[in-house]
Ligand binder design. Structure first.
Ligand code: NAD
Length: 494
């Protein structure tokens, strides 16, 4: 059995003999590895090592820090295929999807490579005679990242490159369900010449997370995961005086206007609802049809969904892989049953969909419900599986009201050729990321990623300009290079 250990001070930490967790291949249902679960003592060791390493790293010149970033970028690009295979093996997503997540992570590394430009700050000359005022943007020290299972490579890459580029050391606690991608990334950082201790990886579950969040030397916490955990982490970490950005779950709507091409919309819905088995925080899980086109659209989606090839992520023909664990599969199947019981029309039943994999794998095919109402759990809850709900409304007003009444506000999209309708939607919809004829509007690295409402706690997006602000603090300097004797009165401009 493969044994996955923490990465502390530049090397795989010795197996501690402590509690371990099971890692599965979702396509076979078999355990493929065991992962160490960090205790508070292990977390303390990692944070202290990061704090010690961070002192020098934070003072290292931008030129040298950037050289490490550029080398890491090259190693990540060279090893993208290897990393994608690791993602598929533990997460289950198909290889092209895993390659896509590595590519999106790489974009953040490339953004972080420009840190010299990003850290340029203000400078005002002669704010008073012979007096200058300017800002230094300095690192925080040790910052931590806690990441979800669904993007085991991309989400750590949303955080660590920018935190490290800004001069911090970074303690990563990845999902215990697919931890190997983080270890691979840590090895590449070491190969790139990152000093030991600047990036630490500790594995584990709530026990490890609680220890990270409570540690007095951790100055800031970046979290991505489900809403209840995001909310709790925001409350605990901010009560302890730490900076926090905590991104939570989602229920993303795609509004279909009557003028939109039904084939284009059906393709978009199938890709965004069933890609990665619906285990994407930006997956569309609700289609809101304006007008009377529901029946025709449902037929097209059902037809395409029924033909999707479900199978192991490493089989070239597979278009959709399994769910991540048996427990998650059972939860999603429970929602399908709940939808039927609540009276929604089950147009496509993923429980009956064939698959080309091991019967013991965690399989569920594309599932489609029509006639969904806002009071049903399949609408209210984030299911995080290949389940698409279809609802019908009479007008754009009603569609916007429906989206805005939902507590989540991660992404929302509209499909239309009516630019006036699109503009109204983008201005009035309560969501942090909006797509116009784009079903999964994940912003580029230089914009920043973050939802609204129950999809985020804290006031900083991940990556982009907000990421730079989150991982640095401003020091405002007022300097009189030529010192002279002043009076005791409050300084006034001269
Ligand atoms: P999760 O909340 O179960 O786990 C996320 C992290 O928190 C993991 O590292 C896990 O070990 C830890 N954790 C789990 N339970 C905890 C607890 N009780 N106390 C402290 N730490 C705990 O989420 P997940 O199932 O790994 O990922 C899926 C969720 O993440 C979905 O809700 C999805 O929408 C969300 N997500 C959101 C975004 C976004 O950008 N908003 C991106 C990706 C995923």
């Amino acid at each position: 059995m493969r044994h996955i250990t923490h990465w502390i001070d530049g090397k795989a930490a010795d197996a501690s003999g402590a509690r371990t967790g099971a890692v599965f291949d979702p396509a076979t249902g078999r355990q493929v590895a065991e992962v160490e679960m960090a205790t508070a003592a292990v977390v303390d060791r990692a944070v202290k090592g990061a704090a010690a390493a961070g002192v020098q790293w934070g003072r290292m010149s931008l030129t040298r820090r950037m050289a490490v970033l550029f080398r890491f970028r090259q190693l990540l690009d060279d090893g993208a295929g290897e990393l994608a295979a690791i993602v598929t093996a533990e997460h289950g997503k198909v290889r092209s999807d895993a390659a896509g997540e590595v590519a999106r992570g790489l974009e953040v590394v490339e953004f972080a490579c420009g840190v010299a430009e990003l850290l340029k700050a203000d400078h005002s000359v002669d704010v008073s005679t012979g007096v200058d005022a300017y800002t230094l943007r300095q690192p925080l020290g040790v910052v931590a990242g806690i990441t979800p299972f669904n993007f085991p490579a991309m989400v750590p890459l949303w955080m660590a490159p920018l935190a490290i580029a800004c001069g911090n050391s970074f303690v990563l606690k990845p999902s215990e369900r697919d931890p190997s991608a983080s270890v691979w990334l840590a090895e590449r950082w070491a190969d790139a010449g990152l000093p030991e201790g600047v990036l630490q990886v500790v594995h584990g579950d709530k026990e490890a997370v609680d220890a990270v969040v409570a540690h007095p030397q951790v100055q800031a916490v970046s979290f991505v995961g489900s809403t209840p955990v995001a909310r709790a982490i925001y409350q605990h970490a901010s009560a302890a005086g730490k900076r926090v950005q905590a991104l939570g779950g989602a229920k993303n709507h795609l509004v279909v206007m009557g003028d939109a091409d039904p084939d284009v919309v059906a393709d978009a819905l199938v890709n965004s609802a069933y890609g990665s088995a619906g285990e994407r925080c930006m997956a569309v899980s609700v289609a809101v049809v304006v007008g009377d086109g529901t029946d025709a659209l449902v037929e097209k989606v059902a037809d395409r969904g029924a033909r999707l090839v479900v199978g192991p992520g490493d089989a070239p023909a597979s278009e959709m892989g399994p769910l991540v664990t048996r427990a998650h599969l059972d939860k999603v199947r429970g929602y399908v049953e709940a939808g039927v019981q609540a009276g929604a029309q089950l147009v496509l039943d993923g429980r009956q969909h064939g698959h080309g994999g091991d019967p013991a794998g965690f399989w569920l095919g594309p599932t489609l419900f029509d006639g969904v109402r806002p009071d049903m759990t399949i609408y209210r809850d984030e299911i995080f599986g290949p389940v698409l709900c279809v609802m019908s409304v009479g007008s754009l007003d009603e569609a916007i009201a429906l989206v805005n009444a939902n507590p989540y506000g991660n992404g929302a999209a509209i499909f239309t050729n009516d630019m006036a309708a699109a503009r109204r939607f983008e201005v009035e919809v309560e969501a942090g990321m909006v797509g116009v004829n784009v079903p999964i509007p994940v912003p580029m690295a230089y914009y920043g990623f973050g939802g609204w409402g129950a999809s985020i706690f804290g006031d900083h997006d991940i990556y982009g300009p907000d990421g730079v602000r989150f991982y640095t603090r401003a020091k405002k300097v007022t300097a009189r290079p030529l010192a002279h004797r002043g009076s005791l009165s409050f300084p006034t401009n001269q």
